[in-house]
Design a protein around this ligand. Structure first.
Ligand code: HMG
Ligand code: MG
Length: 285
């Protein structure tokens, strides 16, 4: 594997979906434009989910219409079903993501269905996305622990990740949704997945509740992963994962990867500006 790492920015979605008070669309747009200006190659800009479930993302279409599209950036969006996919296509998303869970409890809490039902629904979404010329990314949440079911076995992660690959996802983002995984648990999980899932098809999505996300990135690098999700300013969490905090901060990750001699193509100074703006959006009255 090479020494280039893709930083997949999820702050405008994973970060802002969790803000208690609404963030105006204009501020979301400004944040996304700051991130593209900082050279982030992929930005998860919005989420076309039910506004009953996540009101923070109700303005997804407005946000997608307002951003200044940088030609080198892929703007991606979460799509839980065909309706979300239609809206993402109408909003000119470059890529979409479906999101499943390795645990039944979180699947039920987050998307109101079993894992099996979610995979059946995602097959339709993936087929329709491909027919529209869009790549599909897959998330697997709760890779070591579920807020409702407790410990999660690697086999459960393998089954869901494998199913998502089979339905056409080009990459699987492995989510430590609670942000409490220890580096040895991540290393053990990745060792266990290695025979069935190639490292180049996997990404790390580490929330940072216990302050171990950067170390989890490092063990994932050792296992060959070269794509990591991160949230500018460390924003976020999931509204359906009580107690979870934001993803590893993009600026901390970019700095650490640079120290390790790994290329991201990100402009650290401009990312710091975006991070300052992101932090100003947090818990704003
Ligand atoms: P449901 O209640 O089972 O489905 O929700 P429904 O079909 O009965 O729909 C309920 C209402 O939502 C209806 O409206 C639908 O029309 C509407 P009503 O008739 O009641 O007025 N609706 C929609 N509206 C807009 N866009 C849509 C859409 N679909 C239905 N696409 C559903 C099922 C999946 C829709 C719901 O559970 C949902 O939207 N869940 C999303 C939850 C979410 O976004 N969670 C956060 C993202 S996941 C995450 O953060 C984890 C991740 O970061 C990885 C990690 O950290 O592990 C990715
Ligand atoms: Mg997340």
């Amino acid at each position: 594997m090479g020494d280039r790492v893709t930083l997949f920015e999820v702050g405008p979605r994973d970060g802002l979906q969790n803000e208690a008070r609404p963030v105006p669309a204009a501020d979301k747009i400004r944040l996304i434009d700051l991130l593209s200006g900082a050279g982030l190659p992929k930005i998860e800009a919005a989420s076309f989910v039910s506004s009953r479930w996540v009101p923070q993302m109700a303005d997804a279409a407005v946000v997608m219409a307002g951003i200044r599209r940088a030609p080198s950036v892929l703007y991606t969006a979460l799509t839980p079903n065909l309706r979300g996919l239609d809206d993402a296509i109408a909003s000119r998303a470059d890529e979409v993501a479906v999101f499943a869970s390795a645990s039944e409890g979180f699947s039920r809490a987050n998307i109101n269905c079993t894992i099996a039902d979610s995979l059946a629904r995602y097959r339709e979404v993936a087929d329709a996305a491909r027919a529209a010329g869009l790549a599909v990314r897959g998330y697997v949440s709760c890779i070591t622990q579920c807020p409702f079911d407790g410990a999660v076995e690697p086999d459960a992660v393998r089954r869901v990740a494998d199913a998502l690959l089979r339905l056409g996802c080009y990459e699987i983002s492995l989510g430590d949704t609670l942000g409490r995984a220890a580096p040895c648990e991540i290393a053990c999980l990745l060792r266990s997945l290695a025979d069935d899932l190639p490292a180049e098809r996997l990404a790390g999505h580490f929330h940072d509740t216990s302050g171990r996300a950067l170390r989890n990135v490092e063990v994932a690098l050792d296992a060959g992963l070269r794509t990591f999700d991160a949230s500018v300013g460390g924003l976020g969490g999931c509204p359906y994962a009580p107690g979870a905090s934001g993803n590893v901060a993009s600026e901390a990750l970019a700095a650490r990867l640079a120290e390790l001699g790994l290329e991201t193509g990100v402009d650290i100074a401009r990312l710091a500006e975006a991070a300052a703006f992101a932090r100003s959006l947090r818990n704003r009255a």
